[in-house]
Design a protein. Structure first.
Lengths: 288, 351
């Protein structure tokens, strides 16, 4: 059972729309003593780009990893295109059409660009299952050209690439997998302005086609209003705000986050005072 | 060299470094590519060592010394081939020497119980692989450091070998004293039998490593375990599988070796020396201890290097007391060269 939220906090209850492709209700997840998610309700409509916001440690990445099949939730239910959704693994989620770009990119530095692009779905020959490297190189080149990312040497290990290029490869990997739901955990974090614009363009293009629905963790509010249809804010393991981007503003989002910070500081100070008091009392007792 | 690079600079079309390197593929380019191969430096070091002994001793290049080198080199190469798969994962299997020692005794036990020769070999190898699976499960699922888990396995198997053999040598099934049976011919008794097994195994495993998903996922798991798992690779399965492979090959090398000498001696110190030589061969061959990179062919050449060095020093008449001393220094020199060349290859300041 999810624990009750602290006083004054707003929790968004289960929300649905008729054209939802993905819906989760009352998701909770603990890691030992740490409660990452308490009671998360989230939905994603077809063709929509949803921004997932929240402070560091709020539970964004955990939520994404639950949706991607990497973690299992402790409780709660999920639906995918109307069917109950309980991914057994990352591969299972991928088979259901959900692909993910993780915050750490999940790239293997030692492998070449094209091996990374096709990791876990490498074409092989038959009957001897040798890797079809030629086909991978050709398709990798095509996929990168389509996205418009310039990677001069696809045989090079990705360790040699810049942060932005690496991120582009991780994004390209998800995009070239024909997923219809994409989870992007900070896809723009290591990118320069130009590369970032390229990825945002790409997302806009996907949105125009209307087949792909995207959940995107972002930190930069400018990107949120540039690329996303709707915003969900995670605070302390619950969704505390869920609005179309047209109904909110940078000011409102900033205000909420700053408010959270103030509240945390106040709580911290109260804790400190309580601790100081307890210490003083203990001291008195010892002397008395 | 200067001329070559000038013409490259003058080339009209913009091209990547790969194409440029390929086109300027003159002798220098080829040499550079060879040297920067994972195995390149150890090949050179081995050739130089061979040349040194060939020139400074009169009878090193004769066939006899090669033949006497084989029994040392072949089991080493076979076990090292399996160890490469574990070390690419960033793990280590310290129990391969013990499995090598233990498997023949289990084989003998099975055969003694009336199980036919070939079936008993298969069963003994299955036991060896089972021991590898236990190693792998402790490492991947229980989460014990491989160094510790396999160290425990090492002592357990050394002890078991002494217990079930009652510390006395045994006569090996399928062999006879003073004659080599046809079974023996194939499984280690023939002069080149172990060599053929070693080369065959190394070729197959190198193909496996370079051209199959198993190899790709092994490198991925060793390079970035979390990332590999996020990408959907079942990293724990890969870990268990590679420990099974390493133990299976160690057991097989053990059987080949006891068939060659027709008796099995419960000698843990010998098998543990072999373990250290295996690790040395793997590292000298160009496999990283930190995982993510490695080569089976390199390990074979590493084993060959150790073999040539030992054999050469022996033929030169170096006193037995000095043998390990020279061996140690040579290993350090070879490793230093390897590391320097790797730095050139990966283009990084420190590999």
């Amino acid at each position: 059972m999810p624990e009750p939220a602290f006083a004054g906090e707003k929790i968004v209850g289960p929300v649905t729309a008729p054209d939802d492709v993905l819906r989760v209700e009352h998701i909770a997840k603990r890691f030992g003593p740490i409660t990452a998610l308490r009671d998360v309700n989230l939905h994603l409509r077809k063709g929509e780009v949803l921004a997932l916001l929240g402070d560091n440690g709020a539970g964004k990445s955990t939520l994404v990893k639950i949706l991607s099949g990497f973690h299992k939730p402790d409780s709660g239910t999920m639906w995918l295109k109307g069917e109950p959704y309980t991914p057994k693994s990352v591969l299972d989620a991928r088979a259901h059409g959900i692909d993910t770009v993780y915050q750490d990119l999940a790239l293997i530095d030692e492998l070449s660009v094209y091996h990374n692009l096709f990791l876990r779905r490498e074409p092989v020959f038959r009957p001897i299952p040798f890797l079809n490297n030629r086909m991978m190189r050709r398709d990798a080149r095509k996929a990168l050209d389509e996205i418009g990312i310039s990677i001069p040497e696809i045989r090079a290990p990705v360790a040699r690439l810049s942060g932005g290029q690496r991120q582009a490869i991780a994004v390209a990997r998800a995009m070239s997998s024909n997923a219809d739901i994409m989870l992007l955990d900070e896809p723009l974090a290591a990118m320069g302005a130009k590369e970032g614009a390229l990825i945002l363009d790409l997302i806009a293009r996907l949105k125009e086609q209307g087949d792909v629905s995207i959940v995107m963790i972002l930190h930069n509010y400018v990107h949120v209003f540039q690329a996303c249809d709707r915003v969900s804010l995670i605070q302390d393991g619950v969704i505390s705000l869920d609005k179309p981007t047209s109904d909110t503003s940078v000011e409102e989002l900033t205000e909420i986050v700053v408010d959270e910070y103030r509240r945390a500081r106040l709580a911290e100070r109260a804790d400190e005072e309580k601790a100081a008091q307890a210490l003083a009392e203990a001291e008195q007792e010892r002397q008395g | 060299m200067a001329v070559a690079s000038d013409t490259q600079a003058a080339a009209p079309a913009p091209e990547g470094p790969a194409e440029r390197r390929a086109r300027g593929g003159a002798a220098m380019g080829l040499l550079r590519r060879f040297l920067t191969l994972r195995e390149g430096s150890i090949i050179v070091v081995t050739l130089v060592t061979f040349g040194y002994f060939a020139i400074t001793t009169s009878n090193f290049v004769k066939g006899d010394s090669f033949k006497s080198l084989l029994p040392y080199f072949a089991p080493l190469a076979i076990i090292a081939a399996g160890e490469v798969f574990v070390m690419i994962l960033g793990e280590i299997d310290l129990s391969v020497g013990a499995v090598y020692l233990f498997t023949p005794f289990i084989w003998h036990l099975f055969h003694h119980a009336g199980i036919p020769l070939y079936l008993s070999i298969i069963l003994a190898l299955l036991v060896a692989m089972g021991l590898g699976a236990i190693n792998g499960i402790f490492v991947a699922y229980v989460g014990i450091a491989s160094f510790v888990a396999t160290l425990g396995m090492l002592f357990t198997l050394d002890g078991l070998s002494l217990v079930i053999s009652h510390s006395t040598p045994i006569q090996v099934p399928g062999t006879g004293i003073g004659k080599v049976t046809s079974f023996g011919q194939i499984f280690g008794g023939g002069t080149y039998s172990e060599l053929f097994w070693a080369i065959g195994i190394v070729i197959i495993l190198q193909l496996l490593l370079t051209f199959t998903r198993w190899g790709l996922y092994t490198v991925s798991t060793g390079g970035n375990r979390l990332g590999a798992a996020e990408a959907g690779i079942r990293t724990r399965m890969i870990i268990v599988r590679n420990f099974v492979l390493a133990a299976g090959l160690a057991g097989f090398a053990g059987i080949l070796e006891v068939v060659r000498v027709t008796s099995a001696t419960p000698d843990p110190s010998g098998s543990n020396t072999l373990l250290l030589q295996v690790v040395a061969a793997v590292i000298i061959g160009g496999t990283l201890m930190t995982g993510g990179d490695g080569t089976v062919v390199g390990a074979l050449i590493g084993a060959l290097f150790l073999g040539i060095l030992t054999e050469g020093l022996t033929i030169k008449g170096v006193s037995a007391n000095y043998l390990d001393l020279y061996l140690g220094i040579a290993i350090i020199i070879a490793m230093t060269l390897n590391t320097l060349v790797r730095r050139v290859r990966t283009g990084s300041g420190r590999a």
